[in-house]
Design a protein around this ligand. Structure first.
Ligand code: PRP
Length: 215
């Protein structure tokens, strides 16, 4: 039997995913050592391997088949736009929304169909939303974090970003102006892996489905 390899997006999503996997009998003791500098962990008995990666790299590992299964946010999947990935499960946590946000004064600017500047960690999602869905020409500026700063210091008119509780926006005098789509944590599978290892992979997917949705 060959190894099935999981790529998990580092952080909260990985923690929650490992908790779910444990509940369906998939454990990885090696991974629990907080001081370890190891990058890849193995469950020899089940022939499974796990590694943590930066969220944006998870779809890449899965597209190339370096990982069979990836667990990452829908935001990252949309932004990376990789082929060869098959989204098999909505894990139901990490729920948030992709939104256009800004100061109330930007609401009017948005409606005028003028060329505005949009700052985002998600330039592809921002472009797709404005160019394809809204038919509006905008200038997209890529940032790497704390995007809420951009409209405050006049780098941009609005931002495209994730809103979870809305606290960050509120504390910075900003709000949601338009909603792009809902987001949550998803499981993706390499298309070839799904064909070759269908039984093993679908067993994991179905066990998780039962656990999460009680179906
Ligand atoms: C995310 C997102 C928002 C914030 C939204 O940022 O980019 O800034 O969380 O959460 P809230 O609606 O509950 O306030 P993250 O914490 O990942 O940091 P970053 O902006 O530096 O990437």
């Amino acid at each position: 039997m060959r190894y099935l390899t999981f790529a998990l997006a580092k952080g909260r999503l990985a923690k929650k995913t490992l908790g779910y996997l444990e509940q369906i009998g998939i454990t990885c003791e090696e991974m629990k050592d907080p001081d370890t500098r190891k990058l890849i962990f193995t469950n020899e008995e089940l022939k499974l391997r796990f590694f943590l990666a930066k969220a944006g790299d998870v779809p890449t590992y899965v597209e190339y088949g370096a990982a069979d299964i990836g667990v990452v946010g829908k935001d990252t999947i949309m932004e990376e736009g990789r082929d060869n990935l098959y989204e098999v499960l909505d894990l139901g946590f990490g729920k948030c929304r992709m939104c256009v946000c800004g100061p109330e004064s930007a609401r009017e600017v948005l409606q005028k169909n003028e060329i505005i500047r949009v700052a985002s960690k998600y330039p592809n999602i921002a472009k797709d939303y404005f160019f394809t869905k809204k038919n509006q020409t905008v200038e997209v500026v890529k940032l790497n974090g704390s995007v809420e700063l951009a409209p405050i210091v006049d780098l941009s008119d609005v931002i495209v970003d994730i809103v979870e509780t809305g606290t960050t926006l509120k504390e910075n005098g900003l709000g949601v102006l338009e909603e792009i789509c809902p987001l949550s944590c998803r499981m993706v599978v390499n298309r070839v892996s799904l064909k070759m290892e269908q039984e093993r992979i679908m067993k994991i997917v179905n066990d998780l489905k039962k656990l999460i949705y009680e179906v």
